[in-house]
Write a protein that binds this ligand. Structure first.
Ligand code: VG1
Ligand code: CO
Length: 540
């Protein structure tokens, strides 16, 4: 037992996706211990089995040893750890479910850069494999404030490089291959023979794993099992600092992939994944697929893959995600649920069988096969669709827009704004909301404006203040919210959308198509005056 002052850590409040801080903060005395003990106090550890692993970033290996020592001291029966402490987030979710465990601890700051001067993170996932809901993360947070001691063995470290069973005192530690169970799950969902035949016919692909966790998964699945050419996966070795890359798969940070896909010798299909493997960016030869469109195409075509032959039960998207998938849902007679940002809100819908496919505009898509978004899953579903339908990514998108119309969509991120300024801007905007309906801005009439509040249809829990949305007649829409995953300052996310029914006007450059909506956002929210920024840092 180690005593610590109960007021030692007042900043361990989990955000959109767990607790994220600078790595050096996590390395500080008792910091990680405090959070892990608080988690075990809330969920219980005695006699239980947990999954443990992370995306391999700096401090991953140390943190695993610390957590094992705390789990053992708290009476856990067994911990299943990925070899080398490595597990992608979707693979961890699968292992929690496959082994019917009591949950898991995932070490990642996802798309945030890694390294001693960058970011680290941790989150608890429930026995269903999904991120803990707000009721649990709030209880953990309250416990972090009250904790006066934690329990940790000073046992020798576990050799994480060797597969097999060992002990930390009475607790079993099973070091497993991080890839094999996940690869088997993918093989059960998708038609590997058809994809293999497509590669054998000369189909070329580039997968950029951005020196993060998907490397070993992508090499095994794409190159070894599906026969993609050796070297298809680049940046395939997970590195503690991600090789200095920013493993956020968007056109800005995955610029190497974008350059190749827009170049003269572009392969047929390109993809990238983020730090912990739950996101995906998909690119065709000469064409970028916006994540909201990707979700819509996947939902419309999922039945072509064997795992989804029976069709979908429903669809869910986060509120800022475009309405493109709603049109697919409507055509199929399915309900489309609209949730706050963050995968934890999909868990209940998936568990209850209300939805089969879920997605976010931030390059996250997934299904009820696990309870996390899943980057390689989305990439494999695209490959399966291409293998069955033939044709190019560009042709599939064009046909999709011809059928459903096009939701032009973009997200503008303003990063590292002074927190007080960002908060003040959002408060000013919130105060304006009741008077916006009926006003004309940039030639468009505002139909409605509110701050999104979500009532979970399964358990009735309410999550308020999830983002300001301003909807115009005709379906154009502006959403503003502050990021919950950053570790310094505030990031403003501005989401912009406009619908074009077609058949004309389906081919306008996105930022041009959205120009009036972008101007309206500036008029209403006064971003330049409030933040001092004249342009976003990242456009996706
Ligand atoms: C961002 C994305 C959100 C995503 C979250 C976690 O959150 O916008 O859609 O669920 O990251 O993704 P925020 O609060 O910064 O906008 V990741 O790949 O952590 O696991
Ligand atoms: Co991620």
């Amino acid at each position: 037992m180690t005593a610590i002052p109960t007021t030692a850590f007042t900043d361990q409040k989990p955000g959109t996706s767990g607790l994220r801080k600078k790595t050096r903060v996590f390395m500080g005395p008792h910091y990680l211990e405090n959070f892990v003990q608080a988690t075990f106090d809330v969920v219980g550890a005695k006699g239980k089995t947990f999954v443990l692993g992370g995306d391999g970033r700096f401090y991953n290996d140390r943190a695993v040893q610390i957590i094992l020592a705390i789990a053992a001291a708290n009476g856990a029966a067994r911990v299943i750890v990925g070899q080398g402490g490595i597990l992608s987030t979707p693979a961890a979710s699968h292992l929690i479910r496959l082994n019917k465990t009591d949950g898991g601890l995932i070490l990642s700051a996802s798309h945030n850069p890694g390294g001693i001067d960058e970011d680290f993170g941790i989150k608890f996932n429930m026995p269903n494999g999904g991120p803990a809901p707000e009721s649990v993360t709030e209880a953990i947070y309250q416990r972090t404030l009250a904790l006066g001691e934690y329990h940790k063995l000073s046992a020798p470290e576990v050799d994480l490089s060797r597969l097999g069973r060992s002990h930390v005192e009475k607790m079993f530690v099973d070091v497993i291959d991080p890839v094999s169970d996940y690869a088997a799950l993918m093989e059960s969902l998708f038609d590997f023979d058809a994809i293999r035949a497509m590669f054998a016919r000369g189909f070329r692909m580039r997968m950029d794993s951005m020196c993060a966790v998907t490397g070993p998964y992508a090499v095994e699945i794409l190159e070894n099992r599906l026969g993609a050419a050796k070297g298809t996966v680049t940046h395939a070795t997970p590195l503690p600092d991600f090789g200095g890359m920013h493993p956020d798969p968007n056109p800005t940070w995955a610029h190497e992939l974008m350059g190749e896909m827009m170049g003269p010798d572009a392969p047929d299909f390109g993809a990238a994944s983020d730090g912990d493997g739950d996101r995906n960016m998909v690119v065709g030869r000469g064409i970028y697929v916006s994540p909201s469109d990707s979700l819509a195409v996947l939902a419309a075509n999922a039945h072509l893959a064997k795992g989804y032959k029976a069709g979908l039960k429903g669809i869910a998207r986060s509120m800022p995600t475009s309405a493109a998938v709603d049109r697919v849902g409507a055509a199929m007679g399915l309900t489309t649920y609209e949730t706050p940002t963050g995968w934890k809100f999909f868990g209940n819908l998936l568990d209850a069988g209300f939805a089969t496919i879920c997605g976010e505009e931030s390059f996250g898509t997934g299904s009820d096969h696990v309870r996390e978004k899943d980057g390689l899953w989305a990439i494999l579903l695209w490959l399966n669709i291409l293998a069955v339908r033939g044709g190019s990514v560009a042709e599939i998108l064009a046909q999709h827009w011809a059928t459903y119309g096009r939701n032009y969509y973009s997200r503008h991120d303003y990063e590292a704004i002074e927190t007080a300024r960002a908060d003040a801007m959002m408060e000013t905007l919130r105060a304006k909301l009741p008077n916006l309906a009926g006003q004309k801005v940039q030639g468009m009439t505002i139909a409605a404006a509110d701050d999104f509040s979500y009532t979970d249809p399964v358990d009735g829990s309410i999550s308020a203040r999830q983002g300001v949305r301003i909807v115009f007649d005709g379906g154009a829409r502006i959403v503003l919210r502050l990021s919950g995953t950053g570790t310094s300052g505030a990031t403003l996310r501005l989401y912009l959308e406009r619908y074009q029914a077609g058949p004309e006007g389906l081919d306008i450059p996105v930022q041009t198509a959205l120009a009036p909506v972008i101007a309206a956002a500036e008029d209403i929210a006064q971003i330049t005056a409030n933040t001092g920024r004249t342009a976003p840092d990242v456009i996706s």
